[in-house]
Design a protein around this ligand. Sequence first.
Ligand code: FMN
Length: 182
Amino acid sequence: MNETLRTIAKRYSCRNYDGRLPEKEKIEALAMAAVQAPSGLNRQPWQIVVITNKHFIEEMDAEGMRILSEMEDKTVYQRFMSRGGTLYYNAPCMFLILKQPGTELDTGIVSENIALSAASLGLGSVICGMAAIPLNGPKGSIFKQKVGLLEGWEFGMSVLVGYAKSTGTPHEPDISKIRYVE
Ligand SMILES: Cc1cc2nc3c(=O)[nH]c(=O)nc-3n(C[C@H](O)[C@H](O)[C@H](O)COP(=O)(O)O)c2cc1C
């Protein structure tokens, strides 16, 4: 195995951060990896918003949890409560990927570039769709304004990044899903 394959094999979704903000060079390296992602027709249909404002992340977290707590179906809320009662696990940094409509695949590749780069630099990460909850809630317009989400653009995905407080393990790869046609 080479370094890239080792990084892919060791990445896991980190859901417990110690709150320390990663060094600026590391954050910048992840941002660079994000915009180095391939995209259909090289359209690069994304904007990468790197949020390191602790207060802002906590504000979105609290609003997201509030929205989940008020939903009739409490399953998702209870899942996050059982994971510590936060939506963003005390992550100090959120990479918010804004996209143009119909470019989910490009967004996914950007997300994975960030996640793998984070793992390669000794950082934890988790791809987090839950950033959509506060962005699309009652306070959404305030949050959207803060991140510069303009007309014609929408939430793509977020990737939370930071130093892991406790180590996790990668999921068990299901090799039965691989098929060779020779
Ligand atoms: C599109 C997408 C959205 C996800 N959203 C969340 C999320 O909101 N919160 C979370 O804790 N994990 C989220 N995950 C992480 C998955 O739960 C995780 O990748 C999966 O359980 C496999 O575990 P692993 O990443 O440790 O291999 C998301 C992953 C993807 C690809």
